[in-house]
Ligand binder design. Structure first.
Ligand code: 13P
Length: 335
């Protein structure tokens, strides 16, 4: 039989819409301790817990953050971090009208019978963890699936396993009262061209939305976080206009109009290029969904370099973050 569509609470839909409010983006600062330690070390900062906390406090304390930012995706350790004034990070963000969110997947593991491919883990005990996060004031969650592109990748089973996990995660979020960010990242590693990237992205998004519908996920109360459709880093380059055309075509074919917003990840593109692509995608509107950004590296790279782990350069780091946010905010303006 056909189960009735689960109706999300009005508040959940309102939160999803607020996450993609016009002219604002979602700041991703949810790197695992291992990944952020690598990024700190790469610019000569001691990768200690203390420096991680100092860096996250710098980012969330940026004056003017709320002008350009609807929400911030936090790592679990940052959800529990106390700031100098004693408040938790989610409390401090909420007080400024910024929605706090958290990455809840547990990273990737090799997928059985799919050599070289990965599946994202973290479903066991997820409902209980989400309830605990909701009690800290967190309003939305994120789960990232990664799909590699290669001669035999992604395999049907890697796409299916990752899409299924994303759907179970998203349904669990909605049941607990958190908005799921659904992130199926098609990686830009490799030498494939734009045509292959388009074909893979379309297959992945088709499968993801099929699984979301099967799981009963309310399209109105979620946000999609896809990669832009770009050729592989070592493949034949494509122009900004070609990337925007391919990305918009793919989304229009695959993403239901009921989804309130599409918030792109930057995926290792240079910060400037990511902004140029975003602007060109927006220019092709009006779109059925709000288009925005949910960048990690493309927002943080310059801030991290400007701070360089020095207490006297906190303001410089914050100015660099704000400048990157404003550059992308500009890209959202219809021209
Ligand atoms: P990037 O923009 O650096 O790809 O990070 C966004 C993100 O949240 C990846 O999961």
């Amino acid at each position: 039989g056909v189960a009735p569509q689960w109706a999300p609470a009005e508040g959940l839909v309102a939160t999803a819409r607020a996450m993609v409010a016009a002219g604002k983006g979602i700041l991703a600062i949810d790197e695992t301790p291992k990944t952020i330690s690598k990024r700190l070390a790469a610019v000569g900062i001691e990768p200690s817990e203390e420096q991680r906390k100092a860096y996250r406090a710098l980012l969330v304390g940026t004056p003017g953050l709320e002008q350009a930012t609807s929400g911030v995706i936090l790592q679990e350790e940052t959800v529990h971090q106390r700031l100098a004034d004693g408040r938790s990070v989610p409390e401090a963000l909420a007080a400024r009208g910024v929605l706090p969110g958290v990455k809840v997947d547990r990273g990737t593991a090799p997928l059985a019978l799919a050599p070289g491919e990965l599946v994202t883990e973290g479903l066991d005990g997820l409902a209980g963890r989400l309830e605990e996060f909701a009690a800290t004031g967190v309003r939305f969650a994120k789960w990232r699936a990664v799909l590699r592109v290669g001669p035999t990748w992604p395999s049907g089973r890697a796409v299916a396993a990752n899409a299924h996990a994303l759907a179970r995660y998203a349904a669990t979020c909605q049941e607990v009262g958190l908005v799921p960010i659904v992130e199926p990242e098609v990686l830009m590693d490799g030498d494939h061209d734009l045509v292959v990237a388009s074909r893979v992205s379309q297959m992945v998004l088709d499968t993801v939305f099929d699984e979301l519908q099967h799981a009963g996920v309310a399209m109105e109360a979620m946000v999609l976080k896809p990669a832009m459709v770009v050729p592989g880093r070592d493949g034949p380059p494509a122009s900004v206009e070609e990337v925007a055309d391919a990305t918009v075509a793919c989304l229009r074919r695959c993403v239901p109009a009921a989804v309130p917003g599409v918030a792109f990840l930057s995926g290792g593109q240079s910060p400037r290029r990511a902004s140029e692509h975003l602007a060109a995608i927006v220019r092709r509107g009006p779109h059925p969904w709000t288009i925005t950004f949910s960048f990690g590296r493309a927002l943080q790279d310059e801030a991290l370099a400007a701070w360089a782990g020095r207490p006297e350069q906190v303001a410089a780091g914050q100015e660099a973050l704000l400048a990157a946010l404003q550059r992308n905010q500009q890209a959202l303006l219809p021209t």
